[in-house]
Design a protein around this ligand. Structure first.
Ligand code: ATP
Ligand code: MG
Length: 428
């Protein structure tokens, strides 16, 4: 026998067992986004490599070592998108979405990063993200965070903590960068290899190091938030005030930096202690310079991206409490004539009851084996049609999730009677 071909490491199938949880999440998230006036945008999974180099930044982890980049048959360098914002901004510029207008947009889909696979970290993973363009004030930052709070409510997720920081303006970051480098140079012997390398390329990312031996050094480092200009200070204060007024608790974390270069002013993350080391389920912030950097007119912007796998992992724990819908009924068909008539009957029922989820048995087999399948399908009711029932113009009906005798309904009355049967046959 030929050797089985396996999926690529770090890339996973979503099996039918798990898809209801994903659909529940996607439906709820979409519902919340729509309530705030955000509209969906879909962009290609492949983009020119240049797009990510110019937006995410040359010396970030993503661009340096995580991108799936290849040459296509024309010799163009293409990359599987590692995140969604760059593509959305590119599409917005290309289609004139930012000309004298604000845009509230959201997107979803697979992203690709060649990272070391582990729990909560994959090479193909999924993000759902939101972006607001054309609004510069802290009010929209507040709105974006309120959307996330409502998402957690809609999903029934509790215990997430909001962490907040500000990265100031580009000039403030440059001045701070020097201050930070001076400090770190003085303690060079305490830096690990990775951080020494970053000292020259991307020193702010050292603050993000997970190395426990460097935490004391990082704690004592100068903080950007203490060296803000008036404008940045006012923006951050406005954000904090808005969150206070909306009753959203947060923790200011001066070490919070993001792994992408385009962020400035507001940055935030929602974190949980329940997922081990990969505890950030949502991350975002303001990126006022990016549209211009990619060739558009100056356009302020703020957004976030959520890691779907991590949110699903949280939902998994409370799966039993979620309204995940099973099939309603399974139609058991005994004999050739019943099989033919049953197929028609099922179609007729689906036409009459638009909400009905009905599985028709295919492939014949014994009564026992068909009932076994009915049971395994998760349906609440079995409908039974055999030659005897056909002759008498009735259909058998039996609850599957709790005890009860099989009963009969006249075929003409089935569509009318079924909804009531389904209501009383709710899962015990
Ligand atoms: P991390 O610090 O966990 O690597 P990041 O800063 O690289 O995250 P972003 O690029 O901001 O993350 O992505 C937003 C969210 O997408 C993350 O908070 C996380 O929930 C999710 N995410 C990022 N990378 C992965 C991955 N490789 N596998 C699964 N989820 C991911
Ligand atoms: Mg990362």
């Amino acid at each position: 026998m030929a050797k089985h071909i396996q999926a690529i490491r770090g890339m996973h199938d979503l099996l039918p067992e798990q898809s209801p949880l994903w659909q529940f999440l996607e439906d709820r998230v979409r519902g919340v986004f729509e309530r705030y006036g955000y509209r969906e945008i879909r962009t290609p999974i492949l983009e020119m490599t240049e797009l990510f180099r110019r937006s995410i930044g040359e010396v970030t982890d993503i661009v340096e070592k995580e991108m799936y980049t290849f040459e296509d048959r024309n010799g163009d360098s293409l990359t599987l998108r590692p995140e969604g914002t760059a593509g959305v901004v590119r599409a917005g510029i290309q289609n004139g979405l930012f000309h004298n207008q604000t845009q509230r947009l959201w997107y979803r889909g697979p992203m690709f990063r060649h990272e070391r696979p582990q729990k909560g970290r994959y090479r193909q993973f999924h993000q759902i993200g939101l972006e607001a363009f054309g609004l510069a004030g802290p009010d929209i930052d507040v709105e974006v965070i309120l959307v996330t709070r409502r998402l957690w409510q809609a999903l029934g997720l509790e215990g997430l903590e909001l962490q907040l920081n500000t990265l100031g303006t580009a000039a403030e970051r440059a001045a701070y960068r020097q201050r930070l480098v001076d400090y770190l140079e003085r303690h060079r012997e305490q830096l690990d290899g990775e951080s020494r390398r970053r000292l020259a390329t991307n020193p702010l990312r050292i603050l993000d190091s997970k190395n426990p031996e460097m935490q004391a050094l990082i704690e004592a480092a100068p903080a950007l938030i203490d060296h803000l200009g008036d404008g940045s200070r006012a923006h951050f204060d406005g954000l904090c005030r808005g969150l206070d007024e909306a009753g959203v608790p947060y923790v200011v974390n001066p070490r919070l930096v993001r792994g992408l270069d385009y962020y400035g002013l507001t940055v935030f993350e929602w974190v949980t202690g329940r997922l081990g080391a990969q505890g950030t389920v949502c991350a975002g912030g303001r990126y006022d310079g990016l549209v211009e950097q990619l060739g558009g007119r100056p356009t302020p912007a703020v957004g976030f991206a959520m890691g779907v796998e991590r949110l699903v992992a949280l939902l998994e724990e409370q799966r039993d409490g979620l309204p995940l819908r099973q099939p309603d009924a399974y139609l058991v068909l005994m004999g050739d004539e019943a099989a033919r008539r049953g197929m028609q009957l099922a179609e007729q029922l689906r036409g009459q009851l638009p909400e009905l989820r009905l599985i028709t048995h295919c492939g014949g087999g014994s009564f026992k084996s068909q009932f076994k399948r009915a049971d395994r399908s998760g349906a609440r009711l079995a409908l039974v049609l055999g030659e005897d029932e056909l002759a008498r113009g009735v259909i058998g009906i039996k609850t599957l999730r709790r005890a009860g005798e099989q009963q009969e309904i006249p075929l003409q009355r089935l569509a009318e009677a079924l909804p009531e049967w389904l209501r009383t046959a709710e899962t015990a």
